[in-house]
Write a protein that binds this ligand. Structure first.
Ligand code: B12
Length: 268
């Protein structure tokens, strides 16, 4: 192959000489020489970030909102980190970028325009981005300790709300043990005995599973543990009255008010 084979007519003569020299030295065309070293993922991401900055196209709340909607669980971590680097607060990113998307997903799920696999992808993006935000949700001033166990009740797989509550509680310095999802009442009892927490939190997102919370409270009573631990509940179908009716000590409507609730119960 000669220089002329790959060179447009009217190309600058000096440039042709340079290309010719490189072919002689390296035995291949300059572009091929570069292609022999494929770029790593990190290099590609770094390049993409530079392009975004150069074009003034840095990620915005809308970017992470769309990441959640599309379930882009890899990209969202980078975008969230980029927003943090630009100086946005973790709480703002969570509330204005990510949570607004869950509201949209909720509506679409209800009217049947998205299905479970898509919602699962969004949930994964949400949970992974939440992990990036977690250290930044921490307040500078850590509060006096207190141990909290939290889990989603049996039959229920919803964990985004629970994860938000536990992330915020950890952020202000509480020691939180995550019991996960689909937690049976026997498991709640076993974990309360093992960890001896100050507070037990239960989450339920389904009208068919919220009744489990009462069963756990009854099981705590039967095991002689009810006086030793405060119980708080939350989740979309739960409300203050329901919490009172089943004998819980408190109800949290969202992550922020749940932190206030825990603070109040820890003082009393
Ligand atoms: C995401 C989602 C899913 C995902 C869950 C993935 C995951 N990892 O969580 C998947 C796809 C698995 C799913 C499955 C199902 N889902 Co769904 N799901 C949702 C959706 C769209 C969003 C829920 C959410 O994450 N909200 C955002 C979070 C931040 O809000 P939150 O959970 O309410 O939490 C806040 C507060 O409630 C509070 N809080 C929450 N927990 C706790 C705990 C404590 C201790 C405290 C103090 C506070 C607190 O603080 C949180 C932060 O602000 C809702 C619709 C909606 N708008 O809620 C439906 C919804 C909950 N699902 C519903 C249904 C019907 C189902 C299925 C039965 C569908 C099916 N046919 O199979 C299954 C059930 C699976 C199961 N066994 O659990 C219904 C429930 C209807 C009802 N009345 O019972 C809803 C309301 C949708 C609808 N309108 O039809 N779902």
């Amino acid at each position: 192959m000669s220089v002329a084979d790959t060179t447009p007519p009217n190309a600058d003569f000096d440039r042709l000489v340079l290309v010719g020299e490189r072919i002689e030295k390296e035995g291949r065309l300059p572009l091929e020489a570069g292609a022999a070293r494929p770029l790593s993922q990190e290099q590609l991401h770094e390049a993409a970030r530079r392009v975004e900055r150069k074009t003034g196209d840095a990620p915005t709340f809308k970017t992470v909102h769309e990441d959640v909607l599309a379930g882009r669980h890899v990209d969202i971590k980078r975008h969230v980190q980029d927003l943090l680097n630009q100086g946005f607060g973790a709480k703002e990113i969570l509330e204005q970028g990510m949570l607004t998307a869950m509201e949209v997903i909720g509506g679409r799920f209800r009217d049947g325009t998205v299905f479970i696999p898509e919602v699962l992808l969004s949930a994964r993006a949400m949970n992974e981005a939440l992990a990036v935000l977690e250290p930044h949700l921490a307040s500078k001033k850590k509060e006096a300790g207190g141990k909290i166990l939290i889990g989603t009740v049996r039959g229920d797989l919803h964990d985004i709300g629970k994860n938000m509550v536990l992330t915020m509680l950890r952020g202000v310095g509480f020691d939180v043990v995550d019991l996960g999802i689909n937690v049976r009442k026997e498991e709640f009892i076993r974990k309360v005995e093992e960890h001896q927490p100050d507070i037990l939190g239960m989450s339920a997102l389904l009208t068919t599973t919220m009744g489990e919370m009462k069963k756990v409270i009854e099981a705590l009573e039967a095991a002689g543990l009810r006086q030793k631990v405060k119980v708080i509940v939350g989740g979309a179908p739960v409300n203050e009255k329901f919490a009172r009716d089943i004998g819980a000590d408190g109800y949290g409507a969202d992550a922020g008010s749940s932190v206030d609730l825990v603070r109040t119960l820890m003082r009393g």
